[in-house]
Design a protein around this ligand. Structure first.
Ligand SMILES: *Cc1c(COP(=O)(O)O)cnc(C)c1O
Length: 458
């Protein structure tokens, strides 16, 4: 019999998590204005709000914390981080930042001006926020297959080359600072981008003289999928795949809270010296001196170690395998989820799950609230609240998909927790016919409203 995969680690420290009653949860979510972001962590039993900065560090990372060098300039820990990033990505210059959106702020300040357009595959919310904040526009060029939740396409994060070329033909090159490839594509379901597609985007962009940057938060998970699903890359190691992926880019922004396996941090890495010089100034203004950029020395040291660990094949098999384990359980219960199962999260198709809730009443948010009330499990809406309003018309943008994302933190929960989550969602599914209304907005912020929105029952 083939041995199953199992965790390539054992547990050295545990943290208690608290169960609660349905009555307590009903009150807590109402006090939180039906916004899952407003719940206190003690009010949550299993927290699948995000896989960002919520994972467990290894003993080797904790050891790095103790050896961190806190020098303001020229820190040894920065040198360690820089050489690790150069080694893994092949990019020449490195600017640390306090997290991924700060990396976006630094890089975009150097590259994006008013009225520019940034084509890419379903830009992440903070990415889109940083583009629109500069009065520029993000243009989604993801392949159509990505919007069909049942389509088993192995690389639903791919960029549609025709859509991309249309952008390149419509706008002069001065208006297109770069094309942005997000790996894996978070917004469209943690779906990977193929090596072939990355290569083709590079080739097309070369033809129009447009740089290519990566939003690389989950590059290691993307590499794992490439190795599993792309014939020509089967015999390559994960570090080789990662190196080749990045070889088609001019640079990257990174949220280290994902595949950096740390709780906070980010960086920009790139090849162009001029861009580096300009971005360095923005790092100093927004983040800190260029050899720490908003990070403690010890955190840079732990990140260097985390970046090496996340390219470990056994780690990735277990990481992606656990997400798949939960997805398979849900499918056994007949619950509609996005297929193929993504790398860091399960995306529940809320429109199919709750067909009686009108789209104006925030279907995926309604499902998230029901799951929380059922079992103290917290997911997050990837739907109309997140899609926000059109910056020109201020109308709600109704995305093609209304999803409830269940993001699995790295090295944190066991498969027993996955079983619990699956049953919780099944119980909601069994009473789905009784759920016929959702929520209205009481108050919202002008940008990135989903974090702070206040809701009331419709
Ligand atoms: C998390 C994330 C970001 C933003 O990073 P933060 O560390 O949360 O600021 C940007 N892009 C993608 C794809 C992400 O997943």
């Amino acid at each position: 019999m083939k041995l199953p995969w199992a965790e390539p680690f054992k547990i050295k420290m545990v943290e208690t998590i608290q169960q609660s009653t349905a009555e307590e949860r009903a009150k807590w979510i109402e006090d939180a204005d039906f916004n899952l972001f407003n719940l206190k962590s003690e009010q949550v039993y299993i927290d699948l709000l995000t896989d960002s900065g919520t994972g467990a560090m290894s003993d080797k990372q904790w050891a790095e914390i103790m050896t961190g060098d806190e020098s303001y300039a020229g820190s040894r820990s920065f040198e360690k981080l820089k050489s690790t990033i150069q080694d893994i990505t092949g990019f020449k210059y490195v600017l640390p930042t306090h997290q991924g959106r700060a990396a976006e702020n630094v890089l975009f300040s150097a590259l994006i001006k008013e009225e520019m357009v940034v084509p890419g595959n379903s830009h992440f919310d903070t990415t889109k926020g940083h583009i629109e904040f500069r009065k520029a526009r993000a243009i989604d060029c993801t392949i159509e297959e990505a919007f069909d939740i049942e389509n088993p396409h192995p690389f639903k994060g791919n960029i549609d080359l025709n859509k991309l070329e249309e952008v390149y033909k419509t706008y002069p090159k001065e208006k297109i600072p770069f094309c942005l490839i997000t790996v894996t594509c978070n917004t469209s379901g943690g779906q990977p981008v193929s090596m072939e597609n990355i290569k083709a985007v590079r080739k097309l962009s070369n033809k129009y003289d447009i740089p290519v940057y990566f939003d690389a938060a989950r590059y290691a998970e993307n590499a794992w999928f490439i190795k599993q699903r792309e014939e020509s890359c089967k015999s390559m190691s994960i570090p080789e795949i990662v190196k080749e992926m990045f070889s088609y880019g001019d640079g990257m922004t990174m949220s280290s809270k994902k595949d950096g396996l740390v709780n906070i941090g980010g960086f920009v890495a790139l090849n162009n010296e001029e861009v580096f010089t300009v971005a360095s100034n923005f790092t100093i203004i927004f983040e800190g001196f260029i050899t720490y950029g908003g990070m403690a020395g010890r955190d840079m040291a732990a990140l260097a170690q985390g970046l090496r660990e996340s390219s470990n094949e056994q780690y990735l098999e277990c990481r992606v395998g656990q997400v798949e384990y939960l997805g398979n359980k849900l499918m056994e219960f007949g619950i509609p989820i996005q297929k193929p199962i993504g790398g860091h999260a399960i995306f529940v198709d809320a429109k199919k799950f709750l067909p009686n809730v009108p789209k104006e009443e925030y279907i995926a948010q309604t499902l998230g609230i029901e799951l929380y009330k059922e079992a103290g499990v917290r997911g997050v809406e990837i739907g109309t609240l997140l899609a926000d309003r059109d910056p020109d018309t201020r109308e709600n943008r109704y995305p093609k998909l209304e999803l409830l994302r269940l993001a699995i933190p790295r090295r944190t929960y066991t498969n027993n927790h996955m079983d619990y989550i699956a049953v919780a969602l099944k119980n909601v599914y069994d009473r789905r016919d009784e759920i016929t209304s959702g929520y209205n907005i009481k108050w919202e912020a002008p940008i990135m409203r989903h974090f702070t929105v206040k809701l009331e029952k419709s």
